[in-house]
Design a protein around this ligand. Structure first.
Ligand code: PEP
Ligand code: MN
Length: 457
């Protein structure tokens, strides 16, 4: 995450926008806080706290996303469905970073393209829910909406939205960010030391063997080049890492929306790369209104029921000047629907000549429930959606520029399938997610390898 003197061409600024102009629109998926004064007090407090990222970093990422739009980079975006306050620990953060670094090495090596690494962390604390309430044993309570809003425990107290949680989320995000930055700046991502990224708990994994063979080959190449040139190959000791979260809880995002000296316009300084979730992506809604006025690169999740004209309206609204790097569309259709639902959208965007980065989220269209009551995803469906997406883009004359995954560096059993052929009954062993099922380390690495194999075809 280093300083970058990007000076992108100036685009038109909306004159009828303010960080709070979303308040005049219909806001879906926001909690109703019982105490409006307490909420205003928290917003005030947040406005006075330092931001979590800088405009330099945001503009540097926008430049990299612009290059990804041109086919010169591939984006790897991944992390938990939802972070939780209790998971803000050194081991969990570094394990997640290790998985992302291993996956990105596999992708760089196999695709021969630089990878833009975007963590779904340091702010992924607010969740949209399909129902406002949850009923257990005849008792109905408000749904859990992420640690930034309320608690997951099924008690009336825990489920009351508490604005103080936003301050805690800001602090936890800052701690996560600080630790990631320190690791990276200190040399954790150094290509001379890929052993730093080995996960302590992995004892024997067939995939890890394949991965280590690849790493050994890269090490040989690095040493060969260093011998030839008589010095260290430059820049192998660091990488850029960016952050992203669903900017769902607008009172929080508004409080972190700032103007910056020597820059024009407004930046959301809570994250580099915020996205709008599928459920809140209506062009006339509060979230699209908020996103319209910030200068960050932005993403929108698009599901199987999205209509081409609605997607075009969103693109018009969020990127009227077709600014490079500004607009990403993340399609999440499901393996069974992607071949029908995606091509009309690809055709519409290509026909209108709009500049977007296409990313595939193969997780959210493939969620199902097992007979023993677990929310899960099948590895084969996840892999199939990515593979189909590559083919559909190639057929449409567009380009798949990245993937968006829910994953963890822990040894969980939340998704079935993969090299170890996890079954529905394995889910009982280590199911830890309070929200969506994540790929575990081996499954995540296997996805990276399958992307590379697909590309080589
Ligand atoms: C998510 O990313 O966790 C999510 C809820 O996704 P979507 O908005 O695509 O359903
Ligand atoms: Mn999710």
């Amino acid at each position: 995450m280093h300083k970058h003197d990007a000076s992108p061409r100036r685009v038109s600024l909306p004159t009828d926008w303010r960080p709070d102009s979303w308040r005049a629109r219909k806001a879906l998926q926001l909690p109703v806080y019982p105490d409006a004064d307490a909420l205003a007090g928290v917003q005030h407090e947040l406005q006075a706290l330092p931001p979590l990222v800088t405009s330099w970093e945001i503009l540097a990422l926008k430049q990299q996303l612009a290059e990804a739009q041109e086919g010169q980079r591939f984006v790897l975006q991944g992390g938990d469905c939802a972070e939780s306050f209790s998971d803000c620990s050194s081991e969990l953060i570094s394990n997640r970073l290790k998985v992302l670094l291993q996956m990105s090495l596999v992708l760089v090596h196999g695709m021969r393209l630089p990878v833009v690494r975007v963590g779904r962390f340091a702010g992924q604390y607010a969740k949209p829910r399909s129902a406002d309430t949850e009923t257990r044993d005849g008792c109905t309570l408000p749904s859990y909406r992420g640690d930034m809003v309320n608690g997951p425990e099924f008690t009336p107290e825990a489920r009351i939205p508490d604005p103080r949680r936003m301050v805690k989320a800001h602090a936890r995000s800052a701690m996560t960010m600080n630790f990631v930055r320190s690791l990276i700046d200190g040399g954790f991502a150094d290509l001379h030391h890929p052993e730093y990224w080995d996960l302590g708990w992995v004892t024997h994994s067939p995939l890890a063997d394949e991965y280590h063979r690849m790493v050994a080959g890269i090490g040989d190449a690095v040493r060969f080049m260093e011998t030839l040139s008589g010095s260290e190959v430059h820049n192998l000791n660091r990488v850029d890492f960016y952050t992203a979260h669903e900017a769902l809880l607008l009172p929080y995002e508004e409080a972190l929306t700032r103007q910056v000296p020597r820059q024009w316009g407004w930046f959301n300084l809570s994250t580099h790369f915020p996205w709008i979730g599928m459920r809140t992506a209506a062009p006339e809604g509060a979230h699209a209104e908020y996103f319209r006025g910030i200068r960050n690169p932005v993403a929108v999740k698009i599901g199987p029921s999205a209509k081409p004209d609605e997607v075009l309206r969103l693109v018009d609204m969020l990127n009227p000047d077709d600014e490079p790097g500004r607009m990403t569309l993340v399609h999440r259709m499901g393996a069974a629907h992607v071949s029908g639902a995606l091509p009309p959208l690809l055709d519409a965007i290509r026909r209108e000549g709009r500049r977007v980065l296409w990313i595939c989220d193969p997780m959210h269209g493939n969620t199902e429930s097992t007979s023993n009551g677990y929310k899960t995803r099948r590895f084969d469906n996840i892999r199939s959606e990515i593979e189909q997406a590559f083919e559909l883009h190639a057929a449409a004359g567009t380009r798949l520029g990245g993937v968006h995954l829910e994953l963890t560096g822990e040894d969980v059993t939340e998704c079935t399938g993969g090299a170890r052929e996890l079954t529905d009954t394995d889910l009982e062993r280590a199911y830890r997610s309070t929200v969506d099922p994540r790929l575990n380390y081996e499954q995540a690495l296997e996805i990276a390898m399958s992307i590379v194999r697909k590309q080589a075809q």
